[in-house]
Design a protein around this ligand. Structure first.
Ligand code: ADP
Ligand code: MG
Ligand code: MG
Length: 196
């Protein structure tokens, strides 16, 4: 049951992950982008955290809608609209009290929305390379956190085809994608609260 206390804890955990890892995300984005991913995510989740009392009191779909709207407005860059789209799509697809199956199905739908928005797909060295394996783990009963961390590592040898890193061509190879890392951190934060 995702009650108000759990929604509050989820927002606190996601915000703590983004604030606590802002420098790491920035360093990853300095290597293959413009060095703002840590700051973008920190700014977005600080704004969500500032609204936690209001957001956590809403039913889950409305809370996700509020989070998505805030991320679109505050994160900026490429990742703001994409994470915003993810949250807004989850808002549409999730019931107020979702099962693991509901989560898996909703995440699949939200991934499709991110792909449409980003004109992107898996294998292009983006957040999608973490989100898809997480959906697969939810479906198969595997550990989503292990799947997310392994999938973020697996972006290191990929060549970027979407986002700023694509401008680097082969020079994007050998670095972890910043959005893949932030996705893995968010998955770990969520799983830490939901318990697996
Ligand atoms: P910007 O690149 O505009 O500075 P950020 O640095 O905040 O934005 O976010 C970069 C991350 O966004 C990338 O590491 C990648 O994971 C993700 N990203 C960028 N473009 C796309 C896309 N078209 N589809 C999916 N993810 C993308
Ligand atoms: Mg950037
Ligand atoms: Mg930028």
């Amino acid at each position: 049951m995702i009650d108000e206390a759990k929604k509050r804890a989820l927002i606190e955990a996601m915000a703590a992950a983004m604030i606590g890892h802002a420098e790491e995300l920035t360093a990853l984005d300095q290597a293959i982008g413009d060095g703002d991913h840590g700051l973008n995510m920190k700014r977005g989740f600080e704004a969500v955290l500032a609204d936690n009392d209001v957001i956590a009191a809403k039913p889950l779909p409305d809370a996700l809608k509020a989070i998505g709207t805030t991320l679109v407005m505050k994160v900026g860059g490429a990742s703001g609209p994409l994470y915003g789209t993810l949250a807004l799509a989850l808002a549409k697809e999730l019931p107020a009290d979702p099962s693991r199956d509901d989560l898996a199905r909703a995440l699949r739908g939200a991934i499709a929305a991110v792909k449409a928005r980003g004109k992107s797909e898996s294998g292009q060295k983006t957040m999608l390379d973490v989100l898809e394996p997480v959906a697969a783990a939810l479906e198969s009963g595997a550990d989503p956190v292990a799947a997310a961390n392994g999938a973020a590592e697996a972006t290191i040898p990929l060549k970027a085809i979407r986002g700023r890193a694509a401008f680097l061509g082969d020079r994007s190879i050998g670095h972890m994608d910043p959005g893949a890392r932030s996705s893995a951190l968010l998955v770990a934060a969520i799983a830490g609260v939901l318990g697996g």
